[in-house]
Design a protein around this ligand. Structure first.
Ligand code: UDP
Ligand code: GLC
Ligand code: MN
Length: 336
């Protein structure tokens, strides 16, 4: 249907790479819907033109930033203020219904059936299931709703500093009003659920339709060797999270990288798009140093006391026991 679309957002070249893979994954599963990407002015020309060859519409929008460092630091994600930009999706009024998807999601099968749902349908957040996760949601573009959302931001702000706090505040009866607006978790399977409820993941993970690489470490933060088809720095080969990670990288290296070469030949791309291929880039060296520092910090904090708390079920998932930290810790064991 021409008046229905999947929509994503990328304010910079890193998230643009996520959007490229997401767009490809939707196409590969033969969606009949339009594909729209909202980009910030910071996205480079090469990335923009690649996005144009995958998406039906590439729309440049102003970057909105909550600037709410206090709430964002509670999530340890100072970078998420710009997710307010997501709210622009309500201005896409040439479409009657849309499904928003974070640029760090990957589609594993056709999900066009989501358009049978109403606004605002979304899956529970794994951290607080009475809130919905705003990485995947069904909505109806409307300038009126857009205006009300912006007004809500001005009057109430966001309890997490990002769009998810605003949207849950605005659509506040989601948890209780209408069960048909609760999307099954398989439409937004966060990588975090793999370690918070492993048996459930083993039981139901095979039916996942959308995987969401929620958290600080994104697929594009890793390195990948196209020859061995392995992601370096991943937990272990058998690890299911790395299977999804490998799916992401396979798609990136087989479908996106060749497009880059087609458009730009062997010339180096002057944008974030090339970071992936220059393993010794400054950016990656910096990220590695940062990861090592975080591992050191985790080691200091993973004392007997911490372990005792963990064993009593008092894990600090947002802090020292976050998925990123656990994974980094495992990585250090595997490297030894
Ligand atoms: N986003 C973006 N630029 C940023 C941060 C976020 O474009 O600097 C967009 C992107 O679509 C991303 C979404 O906002 O997927 C939400 O952020 P993220 O996925 O990092 O949050 P998480 O799901 O990890 O909480
Ligand atoms: C969440 C969501 C993400 C959202 C962020 C900020 O964790 O996964 O989509 O942008 O919070 O509110
Ligand atoms: Mn996300």
């Amino acid at each position: 249907m021409a008046d229905q679309a999947f929509v994503t957002l990328a304010t910079n070249d890193s998230y643009a790479r996520g959007a490229m893979v997401l767009g490809k994954s939707l196409r590969n599963h033969n969606t009949s819907k339009k594909l729209v990407v909202l980009i910030g002015p910071q996205v480079s020309e090469p990335c923009k033109s690649l996005l144009k060859s995958i998406y039906d519409e590439v729309r440049v929008v102003d970057v909105l930033d909550s600037g709410d460092t206090a709430h964002l630091s509670m999530m340890k994600r100072p970078d998420l203020g710009v997710t307010f930009t997501k709210l622009h999706c309500w201005t896409l009024t040439q479409y009657s219904k849309c499904v928003f998807m974070d640029a760090d999601t990957l589609v594993l099968s056709n999900i066009d059936e989501l358009f049978d749902r109403e606004e605002l349908s979304a899956a529970p957040d794994p951290g607080w299931p009475d809130c919905f996760n705003s990485g995947v949601f069904v909505f109806c573009p409307s300038m009126e709703t857009h205006g009300k959302l912006l007004q809500y931001c001005t009057e109430h702000g966001s309890f997490d500093g990002g769009d998810q706090g605003v949207l849950n505040g605005f659509f506040s009866d989601w948890a209780t009003a209408d069960i048909s607006k609760h999307l099954p978790f398989i439409y937004n399977l966060s990588s975090i659920a793999i370690y918070t409820y492993l048996p459930a993941f083993k039981q139901y993970g095979g039916s996942a339709k959308v995987v969401h690489f929620l958290g600080k470490t994104k697929p594009w933060s890793y390195k990948y060797d196209p020859k061995t088809k392995r992601v370096t720095g991943s937990v272990q080969e058998a690890d299911t999270h790395s299977t999804f990670l490998l799916d992401w990288w396979n798609l990136y290296s087989t479908a996106v990288v060749p497009m880059m070469h087609e458009e730009y030949g062997d010339q180096p791309f002057h944008s974030g798009c090339e970071e992936v291929e220059s393993s010794s880039s400054h950016v990656q060296a910096h990220a590695q140093a940062q990861a090592q520092e975080e591992v050191a910090a985790t080691e200091k904090l993973t004392s007997d006391e911490r372990r005792e708390k963990w064993e009593q079920g008092q894990a600090d998932y947002m802090g020292v026991d976050s998925f990123d930290n656990i994974k980094k810790k495992l990585d250090t064991f595997l490297k030894k």
